[in-house]
Design a protein around this ligand. Structure first.
Ligand code: SF4
Length: 1021
């Protein structure tokens, strides 16, 4: 017999069921609960309790044992369902039976949607024939949709057939078997061992569950508690169908449902009147509050701040408080936030298995197997730079990064050999051998065995344990690694079982396919890092809240699209089609069911509070407050939304972060200093940088530090070292004192420096063969061939040395460089024919220690200069120096100011060659012309190209530089200025347009950030 108890919101019959169950024999009674939590609760009372799935299993086993041989129910995982359906789709596609779904059949997303549709069809209890009949009677379908229906019917039939033939069941299959066996048992006059069953915590049952309930009620005393009140259909939409079905044969019981406990008046009003047609607004009391916050972060902080205050004041115990959200996955950071406030919380700290370092380590191993060439080298680089390598191989990832950044590896063996040579890491040698032995293709079972063995070989748990004991990693980090190893090993055992029933189990797959399958399976798993703290506040999902009671409940996230949260029903059939199918007897869940479920969850959240309920939300441009907020407001005549603001005063801070923020905001540097050394400085660092305070912004003021900086700078300078200081002293500090370089990884394309060096080398070789010669147009073809040959030889030399990667990219770039050189040759011939200047040397170095030293005495200090002059030409007894530039050439206005190379080289050439240096200039390779050439006035017309003769004087006015002595005086003045400022510790950033593009100090000087702030301040007046 079936007894139906309709339980109004906020009431429970659980105790009544407990009492009844306890009055009967243990083995003759079963309490069937909707969740593991309710099962656990009943078991604690000494009552036999199970979930509906476990009941179906037990029914199938009990019935089959009496009717024929005992049925061994083998339930398959969702992954196995996907694999089986993929096999079916592949076969139907091969047979040309999927004209509608054909193109989608290989897509994972489609297979997942199909699994969910198969489950929905299965849960409504439809057989393959019933589906076909319904589709055949579906009027008004277009031919295209008829084809879709036909294909779904075929897939469903094939899927059921496969399960039956292999004696396996998905969830609805298990329910169907239970129902069929029960019907057969009933017909045979048999009985189950139970005499009474109590169903609690459910708000709906699907069609097959209803069949089982009906059949069981014919042989047992069966009690069902259903949340339902006939007068509030808007609230009980989710239970409506179940209520209607059960009422066809149930005896309605009128036992008074007991309210879960006494409630504040306003909370009683909510549970009794939400969505009630007879509702009359009443004045609110302190039991209900609605808060509006500015954003998500402030919303959670406001909730936790109040909880912290209550726990501090001991007005409530942690176990009397709950935070209820619609979807737990939206609140993954809640534990950290609770930790920040020191609030104990009953929520497991979990992490996604796929995101764990150990899983990424395993995936990286598998990735190295299937790739080739540069991609394989890259995958090894990525593998060896994983942070976990410090534990597994005790390998310096910095060394790996450095090596990979300076060489463009296309052969992973060369990369590994270099790493081994540099680090001598024996562990890597062994791991390399093991990875080399992984087959490129084998079965899933083999791959699982190999991966499991490799993971065991790494001894991650043992090594992590040692590091934890030594205090080098945290307990959470240690647990994460150990749990991840355990979960991955168990996954590797489970995975072949999922594949057992599909073609892939018998076929081989490649390693990339296996890696994908493993990642896919791991994507659905999470690691539990910390056991639940049963003394803490509860952090719960509104979905699992049946019978839960707390004195105080906070419900954050009450905004559109979050709570209510409506999931889209399976797209293969939309809501309109589902409505048609319902008429044809196939009742699939629709979006309307989702609305019904959501309001049920919201009511459960409200009903969980007995003394105080706080509903919170924030609204932004995307989403407004939840419609539930308006519904609650409408229940009361005077309830108002409380707008809460952020910004806690230091005295009211409840967490360290809040205190730090408040102190920094108030400029309380002394208090900040006490909190943590250095914190005060960090809080005001940007302000100090803007104010150019001493000790900040590249202005060291400590005498010892200044001495050490000066020692580090030394007395040897190149032109570029001086130019760097002249253009930005902070960049100079970072580059030459801290010795930081802009991080540039080796890439397939050549970096501009390397390209410039290659062109210089070609020109050095070419000009070196034609010293003293006049080049003529008549020789052009011959010279062109010669230049080409030199270019090819130098390219080969660079490739052999690993300085360039001769891939597709370079082949294209190479031809561009060849053209550029040919254009240069045409110009060179023209210049040669027009004038008397002939090259006399190339790549002449000066300032090397002990040889050709070039010293200048500046303000009582001797400095040494060094460099290399690309080319020197001579006409009569006069010399002209040339510097090739593959990029832009410095502007003539910068001569002897930020362009120090040309004047310094002129001076050095005069000193080395002992003759008359008439001038010098740049040769732009990209424009194939000489540019920005300086000539002393007396020699200005001796070259057939444009020249200038001025430099800025001390007042910044362009003034002619008459001779070498004059040039030296100008240079000494500029260098003196540089050295004085360096000595005073002036290393301030001096930003200019685009200065940060290649600057290694760009992230440190924060020029971009500070400039933006300043602009904002300006804009704000
Ligand atoms: S980014 Fe500009 S301002 Fe900052 S250090 Fe570099 S060159 Fe100087």
């Amino acid at each position: 017999m079936l007894h139906l108890l309709c339980v109004p919101s906020g009431s429970t019959v659980t105790d009544f069921f407990y009492q009844k169950a306890l009055q009967q024999k243990f083995e003759e009674t079963v309490l069937v609960a909707s969740s593991e939590a309710l099962v656990e609760k009943a078991r604690m009372q000494g009552i036999r309790a199970v979930t509906f799935d476990a009941l179906a299993n037990a029914v199938a086993e009990q019935c089959s044992a009496q009717l024929h041989e005992r049925l061994v129910v083998r339930k398959i995982s969702r992954k196995a369902q996907e694999l089986i359906l993929q096999d079916i789709l592949d076969r139907l596609q091969e047979e040309g039976r999927l004209p509608y779904f054909g193109r989608m059949s290989g897509k994972k997303g489609f297979v997942r949607s199909l699994v969910s549709l198969m489950e929905q069809i299965g849960s409504c209890g439809a057989t393959a024939e019933e589906i076909e009949t319904a589709f055949a009677h579906w009027d008004g379908r277009s031919p295209v949709y008829r084809q879709k229906d036909r294909e779904i019917a075929v897939i469903y039939r094939e899927y059921l057939l496969y399960l039956i033939q292999n004696n396996i069941y998905d969830m609805s299959g298990l329910y169907r078997v239970a129902a069929e066996e029960l019907a057969a048992l009933r017909k045979a006059g048999g009985a189950v061992t139970w005499k009474a069953l109590y169903f609690t915590g459910f708000y709906r049952f699907d069609a097959l569950q209803l069949v089982i309930i009906r059949l069981l009620s014919q042989i047992c005393d069966l009690w069902v508690a259903l949340p339902y009140e006939p007068g509030r259909p808007e609230l009980y939409g989710a239970a409506e169908f179940t209520y209607g079905d059960l009422m066809r044969y149930a005896t309605p019981e009128r036992l008074p449902a007991v309210p879960v406990s006494a409630r504040a008046a306003s909370l009683r009003h909510i549970v009794r009147n939400l969505r009630s047609p007879e509702m009359q607004p009443v004045p609110a009391d302190q039991g209900i509050e609605i808060w509006q916050l500015s954003d998500e972060n402030e919303e959670m902080r406001a909730v936790l701040r109040e909880i912290k205050q209550q726990l501090r004041g001991k007005t409530l115990k942690p176990s009397e408080i709950a935070v209820v959200v619609r979807r737990m996955e939206e609140y993954s950071g809640i534990r950290d936030l609770c930790d920040e406030y020191g609030i104990p919380v009953q929520a497991e700290d979990s992490a996604a298995l796929a995101a764990s370092p150990v899983f990424r380590f395993v995936s990286a191993i598998l990735e190295t197997v299937s790739l080739h060439g540069r991609e394989k080298a890259e995958s090894w680089i990525a593998f060896l730079t994983q942070p976990l390598q410090k534990i597994v191989l005790e390998l310096s990832t910095e060394t790996v990064i450095q090596l990979a950044g300076t060489n463009y590896y296309t052969d992973y063996r060369k990369f590994l050999a270099d790493i081994l040579e540099k680090t001598g890491c024996e562990g890597l040698r062994q791991l390399w051998q093991e990875i080399e032995a992984i087959p490129a293709e084998t079965t899933i079972q083999d791959y699982c065995d190999i991966t499991g063995r490799l993971l065991s070989l790494t001894e991650i748990p043992e090594k992590a344990g040692r590091l934890y004991r030594e205090g080098q990693i945290t307990l959470a980090g240690f647990k994460n690694m150990v749990c991840a190893c355990r979960e991955i090993l168990s996954l590797l055992q489970k995975l072949p079982q999922d594949y057992r029933f599909c073609r892939s189990a018998r076929q081989t797959t490649d390693c990339a396919g296996f890696a994908e399958a493993l990642a896919d399976a791991a994507g659905k798993m999470s690691l539990s890092l910390q056991p639940e703290n049963r003394e803490g506040i509860a952090f719960l999902s509104a979905v699992n809240l049946e019978d839960a009671v707390f004195k105080q409940v906070y419900v954050p996230g009450l905004r559109e699209n979050e709570f209510p949260f409506y999931k889209d029903e399976n797209w293969i059939y939309d809501d309109r089609e589902r409505a048609d199918l319902a008429v044809l007897g196939i009742t699939l869940p629709s979006s309307a069911d989702g609305y019904g479920e959501d309001i049920h969850f919201f009511m459960n959240a409200c009903a969980a509070a007995t003394e105080r309920l706080v509903l919170t939300f924030y609204a932004d441009e995307e989403h407004n407050a939840s419609p539930y907020i308006a519904e609650i407001l409408s229940l009361f005549s005077d309830l108002r939304v409380q707008v809460k603001t952020a910004g806690t005063a230091a005295a009211d801070s409840l967490s360290r972060e809040e205190l730090e923020l408040a102190l920094a905001r108030d400029g309380q540097t002394e208090a900040l200093k006490k909190l943590e050394p250095g914190l005060a400085e960090s809080a005001g660092s940007d302000r100090k940088r803007l104010q150019k305070a001493a000790g900040w912004n590249g202005n060291p003021d400590d005498a010892t530090l200044l001495q050490r900086i000066s020692r580090q700078i030394g007395d040897r300078f190149s032109a570029s070292k001086l130019e760097t200081y002249r253009s930005c002293p902070f960049q100079f500090l970072v580059t030459y004192v801290w010795q930081q370089k802009a991080a540039e990884a080796a890439g397939e394309d050549m970096d501009p420096m390397q390209r410039g060096s290659l062109l210089h080398r070609v020109l050095e070789k070419f000009i070196g063969r034609h010293l003293g010669e006049k080049l003529q147009q008549a020789q052009h073809a011959e010279l062109q061939q010669e230049l080409d040959e030199i270019f090819d030889a130098v390219c080969q030399e660079y490739a052999d040395k690993g300085w360039l990667y001769p891939g597709d990219f370079w082949q294209h770039d190479k031809e561009q460089q060849r053209n550029l050189l040919q254009r240069w040759l045409r110009s060179e011939i023209a210049y040669s024919e027009q004038g008397e200047w002939r090259p006399v040397s190339t790549e002449q170095s000066f300032g090397k220690k002990g040889k050709g030293e070039f010293a200048l005495d500046i303000n009582g200090r001797r400095i040494y200069l060094n460099g290399k002059i690309d080319r020197i030409d001579r006409a009569g007894d006069a010399y002209f120096i040339t510097d090739y530039k593959s990029g832009d050439t410095p502007n003539k206005k910068a001569f002897a100011d930020t362009d120090l190379q040309l004047p310094l080289y002129l001076l050095a050439a005069a000193m080395q060659n002992g003759g008359n240096v008439a001038g010098g200039g740049y040769y732009s390779l990209k424009d194939a012309e000489r540019k920005e050439s300086f000539m002393f006035p007396a020699a200005a017309d001796t070259v057939p190209w444009k020249t200038f003769s001025e430099a800025k004087d001390e007042n910044g006015t362009a003034t002619a530089v008459s001779d070498m002595e004059d040039l030296q005086a100008t240079l000494q003045r500029v260098l003196g200025d540089i050295l004085d400022h360096m000595g005073e510790g002036d290393f301030s950033p001096t930003p200019s347009k685009d200065c940060e593009r290649n600057c290694p100090a760009a992230e440190i000087c924060r020029f971009r950030v500070l400039t933006r702030n300043r602009e904002e301040e300006d804009l704000n007046g």
